[in-house]
Design a protein around this ligand. Structure first.
Ligand SMILES: Cc1cc2nc3c(=O)[nH]c(=O)nc-3n(C[C@H](O)[C@H](O)[C@H](O)COP(=O)(O)O)c2cc1C
Length: 182
């Protein structure tokens, strides 16, 4: 019988994984499952401007890993897919005339994408996949490599695979230091 994980268990299992087992595959069906789940996240006026450029062919994964900054190319060794997450800018947070609704502007596009990506990470953890969100990456080379349209803002790249070893949970701040009740 399929075991059902609670949300607390899923959150506890999800960790940023920086060592992947190259011998374990990730199927297209699994990648579609996590993205489909991500689509259940709320979005500004239900505009759904988030986009996913999913790279799973080994030669392209290798090329895309080279577009990651710092030590991220090494950290993603053995990951089976890299998902470049983007959003179509100047839509969410803007009126029909293209004027920003408020001071946040395209920050709302990032907000919607981040919400969706949180869903994606949790679904991945639920079905036994591991992930790493990567913000340090070379935007121009990713755009050229995948021919990403100019009306999309590239945000994080998410590595997907299977962990080779467990990761420690980095400590979280005390609730009192981040919450104000009124
Ligand atoms: C927007 C964003 C960008 C990140 N960029 C990187 C990165 O470039 N390289 C990396 O190793 N980890 C990156 N991380 C992972 C964080 O370091 C990690 O989530 C944090 O330390 C908490 O650990 P946990 O995910 O295991 O709970 C990023 C996370 C987020 C949300």
């Amino acid at each position: 019988m399929k075991s059902v994980k609670t949300l607390d268990e899923i959150a506890a299992t999800r960790r940023s994984i920086r060592k992947y087992d190259a011998s374990q595959s990730v199927s297209r069906a699994e990648l579609e499952t996590v993205i489909k789940f991500a689509q259940e996240a709320p979005s500004w006026k239900n505009q759904q401007t988030s986009r996913y450029h999913v790279v799973c062919s080994p030669d392209l994964v290798l090329k895309l890993r080279d577009c990651l900054g710092g030590t991220n190319p090494q950290k993603t060794e053995g990951a089976k897919a890299l998902i470049v997450t983007t959003f179509r800018h100047n839509i969410v947070g803007f009126n029909r005339e293209g004027v920003a609704d408020n001071e946040v502007g395209n920050g709302w596009g990032f907000y919607d994408l981040g919400l969706q990506n949180a869903y994606l990470l949790l679904k991945a953890a639920e079905i036994g996949l591991d992930t790493l969100v990567i913000g340090i990456r070379n935007e121009p080379s990713i755009r050229v490599l995948l021919n990403i349209p100019e009306d999309e803002t590239i945000a994080a790249v998410i590595a997907v695979g299977h962990r080779i070893e467990d990761a420690q949970r980095p400590p979280r701040k005390e609730l009192d230091s981040i919450v104000s009740f009124y």
